[in-house]
Design a protein around this ligand. Sequence first.
Ligand SMILES: C[S@@+](CC[C@H](N)C(=O)[O-])C[C@H]1O[C@@H](n2cnc3c(N)ncnc32)[C@H](O)[C@@H]1O
Length: 246
Amino acid sequence: MSRVYLTGAGPGDIELLTIKALRVIKEADVIIYDRLANPDILEEAKSGCEFVYVGKEDGRHIMPQDDINEVIYQNALKHKCVVRLKGGDPFVFGRGGEEALYLLEKGIKFDVIPGITSAISAPAYAGIPVTHRGVSVSFRVVTGHESPNKKVSQIPWENFKSDDTIVFLMGLHNLPRISKKLIELGKAPNYPVAVISKGTTKDQVVVVGTLENIVKKSKDVPTPALIVVGRVVELRDQLKWFEGND
Ligand SMILES: C[S@@+](CC[C@H](N)C(=O)[O-])C[C@H]1O[C@@H](n2cnc3c(N)ncnc32)[C@H](O)[C@@H]1O
């Protein structure tokens, strides 16, 4: 009987892979992976393991999700141990739920191996705690993919007035609209924002600014990148530990 492991690869730093993920990667007959998973992880696979790339480039899908679901299913028919390796956590904007539902429909057994999501770990490597006593009592992880100009939004923008932390994933191309919308909602133009690119890797870049100037300051930042909005960003001055840490 075959089994599919919907596995989180973590955000980039290979040492942020879980022990359980590493175990199934070593046992895998096939690994189906995407762009955000650190390719060095594949070197941990046993000899003879097959690799299938179904990567996505920031919204531009190399392979449609329906086809990816089918690739996973077809591999489950052929192999005993199938690892579906996804960047960060498979259920945080990873479409892991859709893949699990497809396998369920086809009668294929699956396990979910959570991964360390970029939403928390990239801020942590930038010296930004997503919650901090007296500063932020909660954090939201929000898609930045939906344009704030959309007539009927699925995002509860009205709830973003507090000082609680907002982490936008997939939002770099929408940053001008996101910052404008937050100012329209009543946040001060000098409200703190950070953009973190390639978080947790040796190429990590962190740009700190305000709602008013972050677009200009981060215009050349490469993807993948996320946006942190909140007073917690101010803690980075004291807590940054990773960059230049040898
Ligand atoms: C499709 S979502 C997948 C998120 C992933 N499942 C996770 O839990 O981190 C892709 C988005 O995650 C963010 N992202 C992923 N890895 C990142 C990294 N190392 N540094 C900064 N942002 C990252 C970016 O906002 C990117 O557009």
